[in-house]
Design a protein around this ligand. Structure first.
Ligand code: ZN
Length: 241
């Protein structure tokens, strides 16, 4: 092969490698180190509702009231910054029996960051979550699902499990703007052991909040029971699945 041919081939390989790494960095089901859970193999009809971001002063109580009405336990992946800013809302989530997870301190993409930055983000948020009164295991969920080498390696050293999801209606442009379409999307995709992701904490999440009671009613009618991610994992371990 002459030199002229070599460079395009080399460029193509580098581009393909970059594309592959980019895909891996946003994968819901794979990371290079440590444990990552996107859903749980289960025969029981248990599923987990998870909410990212927040807590917020405007919508936390509204969401808690809906969960209370249907006797649903959920998992809130919160940012350390917002837990510190809204300690009362954070404590109310814990007091209602829900699970808190670490969603970083400042909600930045955790790739191309120094190790000291990542450790600081994890530590400050774990600390804020403990201050809110939460005592269970603290899982981690990466902002934008972004992770590559360093973050998973650090999480592995800390024995901190990554939790992603297998149902994400808001990621589809033709679904996220309509509560009914969100309901429909979840209904079609749900299976025992599913982990559902919704965003409900900000003003811009009105359709997702509107969908919440209908999602819960629909799935409870189908025989599903909503539990925290912790309970979901525990149930699969107890059943030896
Ligand atoms: Zn987020």
């Amino acid at each position: 092969m002459n030199v002229k041919m070599k460079y395009p081939a080399f460029t193509a390989i580098v581009l393909l490698l970059a594309l592959w790494l980019w895909k891996i960095s946003t994968s819901r089901s794979f990371q290079f180190a440590g444990e990552l859970i996107a859903d749980v193999p289960l025969s029981d009809s248990l599923i987990a509702l998870t909410f990212d971001d927040g807590p917020s002063p405007n919508h936390t109580d509204e969401v808690l009231a809906i969960l209370h009405r249907y006797n649903v336990q959920a998992t809130f992946f919160v940012t350390g910054r917002e837990v510190e800013a809204y300690p009362e809302e954070s404590r109310r989530i814990v007091a209602a029996g829900h699970q808190l997870g670490n969603h970083s301190y400042s909600h930045q993409r955790m790739v191309l960051k120094r190790s000291s930055f990542i450790v600081n983000e994890l530590d400050r948020t774990d600390h804020a979550i403990r201050n809110a009164g939460y005592q269970g295991e603290i899982y981690f969920r990466p902002p934008y699902c972004k992770k590559l080498f360093l973050l998973p390696w650090i999480l592995k050293q800390r024995n901190q499990v990554s939790i992603t999801w297998d149902i994400e209606p808001e990621s589809f442009a033709d679904v996220r703007g309509s509560a009914l379409k969100i309901v429909d999307h979840i209904k079609k995709k749900v299976h025992p052991g599913s982990i559902i992701l919704l965003h409900v904490m900000y003003d811009s999440n009105a359709e997702s909040r509107r969908s919440l009671p209908v999602v819960i009613e629909n799935l409870q009618k189908k025989g599903y029971q909503f539990v925290t991610v912790n309970q979901l994992i525990k149930s699969s371990q107890e059943n030896g699945v």
